[in-house]
Design a protein around this ligand. Structure first.
Ligand code: 48F
Length: 261
């Protein structure tokens, strides 16, 4: 008979399975920084192709800007073609106007998270990517730490995960591209070689350019979603999410092609 007391069984189970997850993901194919809609679609698509994918999300709850809908009204809008991608996750939409559909933002966030997990991507929440690994001009990994460590400004050294491809899905601040441009001094694939900065609201143009702006920026580094738009000087678009979803799918195709998957 197992004499171990319940408290030890439960704590031991968590510690052993978490450290297995961490150990299994110290050298991965693709790291995605930010569990917003573009990052989660990319994670789903890349994991489904058999690649080893980890998503790092600094907040406790993955989902990024999906949960709050428009001004905390928990409904969002997508175009018909993006609704087809959401349907692959089992996420339901309702017709709203010609070409547009609405959906419950909580169903979208939770459906994308569960879809990425079911496809095989691992999500590390409450983990912040604070830097990148760069060898000879090639981005080759992420430097990670607990987000509470960063928020409390504790002087604690990070750990490192090596990658074959890194996707900046951090949304408006494009934090990872910022590191590569400003800290590593790399000239990226943009009109100036640097970050142009996001423009104000223009839904139609923002939606169109989010997908166009989704690209490889330098060896080993890609950007998706609002991060891609911030890098290339695209317009913001608010609570319409088709561009984000299609950007996630596009970046996955680019990465998969480069990695031969
Ligand atoms: O911003 P976000 O939802 O990413 P997205 O895929 O989608 C943008 C839309 O939500 C919205 C919009 C739609 O029209 O304009 O803004 O581009 O999610 C980005 C996630 O990245 C996390 C952050 O907490 C958020 O959940 N994040 C940001 N920096 C880091 C990070 C970091 N350094 N390490 C880990 N996670």
């Amino acid at each position: 008979m197992n004499e171990e007391i319940m408290e030890e069984t439960i704590s031991g189970a968590i510690v052993r399975s978490y450290f297995k997850k961490l150990t299994d993901n110290l050298a991965i194919d693709v790291a995605i920084v930010g569990a917003g809609p573009s990052g989660l679609v990319a994670a789903h698509d890349l994991a489904r192709r058999g690649l080893k994918v980890a998503v790092y999300e600094s907040k406790l709850a993955p989902g990024g800007g999906t949960w709050g809908g428009g001004m905390l009204m928990n409904e969002v809008v997508v175009q018909d073609d993006a609704a087809e991608i959401l349907a692959e996750f089992g996420i339901r939409t309702e017709p709203a106007a010609p070409g547009y559909r609405t959906l419950d933002s909580v169903e979208m966030a939770s459906g994308l998270i569960f879809g990425a997990r079911k496809a095989g991507a691992v999500i590390f929440n409450a983990v912040r990517v604070e830097d990148v690994v760069m060898h000879d001009g090639v981005v080759g990994g992420v430097v990670i730490n607990w987000n509470p460590v960063a928020r409390l400004e504790m002087h604690v050294d990070p750990l490192v995960v090596t990658t074959r491809a890194l996707i900046d899905g951090t949304g408006h601040p494009s934090e990872i591209v910022n590191k590569v441009v400003h800290k590593a001094g790399v000239a990226i694939d943009s009109p100036t070689g640097g970050i142009l900065g996001e423009k104000p609201m223009w839904m139609e143009d923002g939606e169109r350019t989010t997908v166009l702006n989704t690209k490889k920026l330098c060896p080993g580094l890609y950007a998706s979603g609002m991060a891609a738009n911030n890098v290339q000087g695209g317009f913001r678009m608010g609570p319409i999410f088709g561009g984000m979803i299609k950007s996630g799918r596009k970046v996955a195709e680019l990465v998969a092609k480069d990695l031969g998957a």
